[in-house]
Structures are given as structure tokens and as C-alpha cells.
Write a protein that binds this ligand. Structure first.
Ligand code: HEM
Length: 216
């Protein structure tokens, strides 16, 4: 496959996956409005992204094409050629390492045990292993926002869109947006963690019982 075709396939599949990612991150940032709001919005979104042809075809299909193109291009790239995309690539490989485990831990529970994590599932994870899950969600989401944000700008350029970003990488506006996102994300995690307001007992739900082995 030509490099040009690979670049376009990677950009196109990235834009498709970004539709889910943007919705998913917006859903996460709504946690400070309470469990009912978070779960309510997630339920509406889920009706779309867990529709089998959407979930398998568009969501995971686009993710696999995107990662596959990345791997094919990495194999062709001369060693040591870092350049402007170095952090784009590093954040991308970090996401590859995390996203499949995350999908298994969340979607796997609902597929195999009919247990949807929801707000209480995230609250449980932060209560269960705070030293791991706070930095994990922060790093995961910031990598996704950086990689996804830069990726959308570059993909729009590839498909002939307006020059959105600065000459290289995120413009000043992009860095400001990333900073604001980081603050909103931290507030959302503090909401899940029961720091902003009282949350239901994080150990008393089906998702927690599934992970602590107390049966479902
Ligand atoms: C703090 C950050 C995050 C939280 C709290 C979170 C939470 C969740 C939850 C609760 C689900 C289950 C959704 C449902 O049952 O409908 C889920 C699924 C998923 N998440 Fe995340 N997520 C986060 C970040 C991310 C990021 C950054 C990505 C991608 C780069 C991602 C990719 C996915 C995918 C692919 C699924 C499976 C969707 C499905 O097939 O239903 N998540 N996540």
C-alpha cells in the first residue's frame, strides 16, 4: 500500500474513532453534575455506540485500521526519524497499550456479565486503587486529548480542510484547550472519587462485587 494511501486511511479512521472519543470524553467531564446525569447521558450515547454494527464496524473497526496503519508506517520509517510527530506517535502507542485493557475492563464486564460500570464503576476503581487509577485516568485522557486533538487538525488538513493549527503541532490555542481540559478532567475525577460530593458506597454495586470477587 502506498504511503499516501496509508496516511489517508490512518487519518480517516482516526476521524471516525474521534467521533466516539469526543462523545466519551464529554460524558466523562459531566461527572461533576452527578451520577444520574453521567449515567443518563452515557445511556443515550450507549444506545448508539453499542449498536453492534456501530460498535464492531465503526468504533473498533476504525481503531484497528488506525493502529494497523500506524504499525505499517512505523515499520517503514527509517530508525531515529523523530521529527514533529514524535509526541503524537508516543501518545498514540501509549493509547494502544491502554485502550484495549480499558475496553476489556468496561465493555467486557457488560458483554460477559451484563454488568455496566457507569458512574459507580468508575467510583469503585478510584476507591479500590486510588494510587493507580487517578494517574491512570489522567494520563490516558490527556494522551487521548493530545493525540486526538492534533490528529483531528492534521486529518482535516490531509482531507483539504482549513489550516486550523499552528505551523507545527498545537498552536497556543491548542495548548490552552489542553490545559482547560486537564483541569475539567481533574474535577471530574474528584467527582467520581466522592471528593466533590457524597457518592453511593463504591463497594456496594455489581461492578465492584465483580472485581472484588464477592460474586454479582
Ligand atoms: C477518565 C477517563 C475515562 C473513563 C472514566 C471511561 C469510562 C468508560 C466507561 C464507564 C465505559 C463503559 C461504557 C458503557 O458501558 O457504555 C467505557 C468504555 C470504553 N472506553 Fe472509556 N473511559 C475513559 C477514557 C477513555 C479513553 C481516553 C478512551 C480512548 C482513547 C476510551 C475508550 C473506551 C472504549 C473503546 C470503550 C468501549 C465502548 C463500547 O464498546 O461500549 N475511554 N469507558
Amino acid at each position: 500500500m502506498s504511503e499516501r494511501t496509508l496516511v489517508r486511511a490512518q487519518a480517516g479512521s482516526g476521524l471516525v474513532f474521534a467521533l466516539f472519543l469526543i462523545a466519551h470524553l464529554v460524558n466523562t467531564l459531566l461527572a461533576p453534575f452527578g451520577a444520574a446525569t453521567y449515567d443518563g447521558i452515557q445511556g443515550v450515547m450507549r444506545a448508539v455506540y453499542q449498536e453492534p454494527w456501530v460498535e464492531l464496524g465503526l468504533l473498533f473497526g476504525s481503531l484497528l485500521v488506525h493502529v494497523g496503519c500506524g504499525a505499517a508506517r512505523a515499520r517503514r520509517r527509517p530508525k531515529g526519524r523523530g521529527g514533529a510527530n514524535r509526541w503524537q506517535r508516543r501518545s498514540g502507542w501509549l493509547l494502544v497499550v491502554i485502550v484495549f485493557g480499558h475496553s476489556l475492563a468496561t465493555r467486557g464486564a457488560s458483554l460477559v456479565y451484563d454488568v455496566w460500570p457507569g458512574f459507580e464503576g468508575i467510583a469503585f476503581s478510584l476507591h479500590w486503587l486510588p494510587g493507580f487509577f487517578y494517574p491512570y485516568y489522567l494520563l490516558f485522557c490527556l494522551a487521548a486529548a493530545y493525540h486526538g486533538g492534533l490528529g483531528i487538525v492534521r486529518a482535516l488538513r490531509i482531507f483539504g480542510g482549513r489550516r486550523l493549527g499552528g505551523r507545527r503541532g498545537h498552536g497556543r490555542l491548542g495548548w490552552l484547550a489542553l490545559l482547560l481540559f486537564a483541569v475539567a478532567l481533574l474535577v471530574a475525577l474528584l467527582a467520581f472519587g466522592g471528593v466533590l460530593f457524597e457518592v453511593a458506597d463504591p463497594l456496594n454495586n455489581a461492578y465492584a462485587r465483580l472485581y472484588t470477587g464477592a460474586g454479582t
